[in-house]
Design a protein around this ligand. Structure first.
Ligand code: PEP
Length: 251
């Protein structure tokens, strides 16, 4: 049985005081939630402050990115060990904004996945097609390329430490959510890819989140689908009631 997992991606938003207030609000409200794993992923400069604010709560800490090298002359980057040091459990890797705005490739995502796992972090690997690719009928070609590229060289044991997030790029921050059918179709295809690469037991246990304009109003229908195991939430994770409203639907 897969335990649902809802994570908030705060992106490059908030300041220190509002990040701490949001974290405290979410931590307090999460007290009464059962049957769901929760995480928040603040900007890296607020990881430590948010980590303090959620200490002792049900909320885990995640980062939005990292670099694959363990240390050295890589100005501006953070290593997996540094994120662990800051109290992170999770790291989002290959988010579409990093792929499409910052040019991150599957090969780079794959190096980061290996480095994250080696340091004891759980990567949340994001995959998703552009609107033009969906319209051209290329959704599964794109998803297959991204997931196979991101998972290259991972052993079955390593695969058990992975979370996947299906985030159609056209649904991120647009208010246009994938229909539960559209999402389920890709989620079940992703699970099949994992089964073909590994086995049915690993495919049956890997958690696959949906991301893209998830709100309390549409969460129940999406999260009620058999292969959708939670949500990666952007905009709605910046409001305590909205994030908790989604989390409630997942539990
Ligand atoms: C995201 O950026 O991961 C995301 C899903 O954003 P939003 O919920 O705002 O669409």
């Amino acid at each position: 049985m897969r335990r649902p997992f809802v994570a908030g991606n705060w992106k490059m938003n908030l300041d220190r005081a509002s990040a701490v207030a949001l974290a405290e609000g979410v931590a307090k409200g999460a007290d009464s939630l059962v049957g769901v794993d929760l995480a928040v992923c603040p900007p890296s400069c607020y990881l430590e402050a948010v980590g303090r604010a959620i200490a002792g709560s049900k909320i885990a800490l995640g980062a939005q990115n990292m670099y694959h090298q363990p240390d050295g002359a890589f100005t501006g980057e953070l290593s997996a060990a540094m994120l662990r040091d800051l109290g992170c459990t999770y790291v989002i890797l290959g988010h579409s904004e990093r792929r499409h705005i910052l040019g991150e490739t599957d090969e780079e995502v794959n190096k980061k996945v290996h480095a994250a796992l080696a340091a004891g972090l759980t990567p949340i690997i994001c995959v998703g097609e552009l609107l033009a690719q969906r319209k051209a009928g290329q959704t599964m070609t794109v998803i297959r390329r991204q997931i196979n590229g991101s998972l290259a060289g991972l052993s079955p044991r390593q695969m058990t430490g992975i979370v996947i997030a299906y985030e159609p790029v056209w649904a991120i921050g647009t208010g246009e959510v994938a229909t539960p059918q559209q999402a389920e179709e890709v989620h079940s295809a992703l699970r099949k890819i994992v089964e073909d690469r590994y086995n049915d037991s690993i495919a049956g246990s890997v958690r696959i989140q949906y991301g893209g304009s998830v709100k309390p109003e549409n969460a129940a229908e999406l999260l009620g689908r058999p292969d959708i195991d939670g949500a990666l939430v952007g905009g709605a994770s910046l409001k305590v009631e909205q994030f908790l409203g989604i989390a409630e639907k997942a539990g």
